[in-house]
Ligand binder design. Structure first.
Ligand code: ZN
Ligand code: ZN
Length: 316
């Protein structure tokens, strides 16, 4: 299960922290101003996901560097085409003569298209970019428990929307099986996963056909969290959102304007309260959360915007 939290206060930009329960790392989505983001949050970050580099999504990257330098491990940064150069420019704007090369390694993954991601690495003090590989899918990050896929949306520039998807897991109902635990459980799960119905499973020296024991297993569906930042509220973006985030458990979605200001949304390639809620309904998202509001709004207007969103949203 994912734990996710907005780390920006209402007048700040946007920053969301995602964690997997019983998992040591943090995953930071967006680098906007965020007072609630602690030094420890930043230092425990294993990967950073940036949708685009408008200043409200990238301004706090300096705080990230400031607090990560010296952690002596690799941190992955994901973003749209051009992100590697932009990260390098930020890094090279400081002087690093007192910093060793092993202080940190940034691995930067540029999402070029849905089947091309280019991977670079960079280290201090020169921060030269070295191309180290390519990925020919839309899976921009993965570990043993979950993967993150991306889609590009139009915001007058490309913005990258991310979906964190925990892998499904196979569980066994041991209590009602009448058997003792043992190595056979993993053998049975492997047989189920690999569709080896006729595999022999040995339990306490007795042999069973795997498919005769499959009724003891069930699949626990993995959790999912979406991060949809700035995007124009148009049909093309909505159809991409609907297919990528269909039945996602929780989605944070940009809802920059009140409905009465939707003319600004159209001009600025942004979305607005009721339209963001509608696309979440159409995508059958269980827990949609409106985020990233224009800074021209006061707290009362943001309350109004949130109410507009939930007046349309079929979910709370
Ligand atoms: Zn933007
Ligand atoms: Zn923005």
């Amino acid at each position: 299960m994912f734990l996710s939290e907005v780390k920006s206060t209402y007048k700040e930009d946007i920053s969301i922290l995602v964690k997997l329960d019983n998992h040591p790392w943090n995953y930071l989505c967006e680098c906007g101003e965020a007072k609630k983001l602690t030094v420890k949050d930043i230092q425990n970050c294993n990967a950073i996901f940036i949708s685009h580099t408008h200043i409200d999504h990238f301004a706090n990257f300096d705080a990230v560097i400031r607090n990560q330098i010296g952690i002596q491990r690799k941190v992955t940064i994901c973003g749209p085409s051009g992100i590697a150069k932009k990260i390098q420019s930020r890094l090279q704007s400081y002087t690093w003569n007192l910093i060793n090369e092993d202080a940190i390694t940034y691995e930067i993954r540029e999402y070029v298209s849905e089947n091309k991601i280019i991977i670079y690495q960079t280290t201090p003090p020169s921060w030269d970019l070295k191309k180290v590989g390519e990925i020919d899918s839309n899976i921009i990050f993965k570990d043993a428990f979950f993967e993150v896929t991306g889609i590009l949306l139009n915001h007058k520039i490309d913005t990258l929307a991310y979906k964190f998807k925990e892998y499904d897991t196979i569980k066994i109902d041991l209590d009602s099986s009448g058997f003792n635990g043992g190595k056979w459980i993993q053998d049975l799960k492997d047989a189920f996963k690999n569709k080896e119905k006729k595999k022999i499973i040995t339990i306490d020296q007795a042999e069973y056909i795997a498919e005769d024991l499959f009724h003891l297993l069930h699949v626990k569906k993995g959790d999912s969290v979406g991060i949809i930042m700035d995007h124009a509220a148009n049909d093309e973006n909505h159809s991409k959102i609907k297919s990528h985030f269909y039945q996602c458990n929780k989605v944070f979605i940009e809802s920059f304007y009140l409905e009465r200001d939707k003319e600004f949304a159209i001009t600025n390639f942004h979305s607005y309260s009721t339209m963001s809620a509608k696309i979440m309904n159409d995508s059958e998202v269980a827990h949609p959360i409106p985020v990233h509001f224009s800074r021209k709004y006061d707290q009362k207007e943001i309350q109004e915007l949130t109410e507009e969103f939930f007046s349309v949203s079929s979910k709370q």
